[in-house]
Design a protein around this ligand. Structure first.
Ligand SMILES: *Cc1c(COP(=O)(O)O)cnc(C)c1O
Length: 219
C-alpha cells in the first residue's frame, strides 16, 4: 500500500462516504481547521490546493491570515469558535463564514456589523445538540426563535452547525441536526470532525471541520 499525504487521505475519506450515499465526491467541503497551527504548517496545504480554512479565535486569525491571503486571495476563512459580541465587527471583516451563532445578542451585534461593513458572511447557527451545559450553541428548543431573529435582522443564514457529545455515538446527533435543518429549509450542514467525518458525510454534512487528521495532534 502506498502512503498518502494527510490531505489526500482526508479527501478520499470524504469522497468514499459521499459515494456510499449516492452524493457527489465533493458534496461536503473540507474545512481545514488550522487553529494553533503556524503559517509554515498551513502553507503546504495551500500549495496543495486546499482553500477553505477554519479558525476558532478572531485574534489568532487576524495575526496569521492577512499575510497568507495576500498570496492566496481565493482563501475562504471560516470562524468555528465561540464569538464575543464585541468582536463581531472584526469577525465580519476577516471571515467568509461564521459557524458559531448561538444567541440573540450575537445575532444583533453581527447584523449591525454586517450592515456597517456591507459584508455578508455565510452564517451558521450552532445548536447544542446534546444539551450539554458546558457546550456552546443554542438549545434545541430555542432554535426556531433564534433563526427567526437572525432572518429578520438580515443575516445570511446558510445552515446549522453542531459538535455532538464526546464519547457517544455521533450518528443520532448528526441525524437530528440534519432533520432540524430540513425542517427549517436550510441547505447547509456543518458537522463532522477528524474522527467522525464519514458518519457526518453519510448523514448529509455539506461542511466537515477537520484539524487533527490534517495537521496531527494539537499541543
Ligand atoms: C478544533 C475544532 C475542530 C477540529 O477538530 P479535530 O478533531 O482536530 O478534527 C472542528 N470543529 C470545531 C468547532 C473545533 O473547535
Amino acid at each position: 500500500m502506498t502512503e498518502q499525504d494527510p490531505l489526500s487521505t482526508v479527501r478520499a475519506r470524504i469522497a468514499a462516504a459521499a459515494r456510499l450515499t449516492g452524493r457527489d465526491d465533493d458534496a461536503a467541503t473540507l474545512i481545514a481547521v488550522s487553529k494553533t497551527r503556524m503559517a509554515e504548517e498551513i502553507e503546504p496545504l495551500l500549495a496543495a490546493g486546499q482553500r477553505a480554512f477554519g479558525e476558532n479565535r478572531v485574534q489568532e486569525a487576524q495575526g496569521k491570515w492577512p499575510a497568507l491571503r495576500e498570496r492566496y486571495p481565493d482563501v475562504e476563512l471560516h470562524l468555528v469558535g465561540q464569538l464575543q459580541s464585541n468582536k463581531a465587527a472584526d469577525a465580519v471583516a476577516l471571515f467568509d463564514a461564521i459557524h458559531s451563532i448561538d444567541r440573540a445578542s450575537l445575532v444583533d451585534a453581527l447584523a449591525a456589523a454586517c450592515t456597517k461593513a456591507d459584508k455578508h458572511p455565510a452564517c451558521f447557527v450552532q445548536v447544542n445538540i446534546g444539551d450539554e451545559p458546558q457546550k456552546g450553541g443554542c438549545a434545541v428548543a430555542e432554535l426556531p426563535a433564534l433563526l427567526e431573529r437572525a432572518r429578520a435582522a438580515g443575516l445570511t443564514i446558510a445552515g446549522l452547525m453542531a459538535v455532538p457529545p464526546a464519547d457517544l455515538e455521533p450518528a443520532p446527533y448528526f441525524a437530528l441536526l440534519a432533520k432540524m435543518a430540513r425542517d427549517h429549509g436550510l441547505a447547509g450542514l456543518s458537522m463532522g470532525m477528524s474522527d467522525d467525518l464519514e458518519t457526518a458525510v453519510m448523514l448529509g454534512a455539506t461542511y466537515v471541520r477537520v484539524g487533527t487528521a490534517l495537521f496531527g495532534a494539537r499541543a
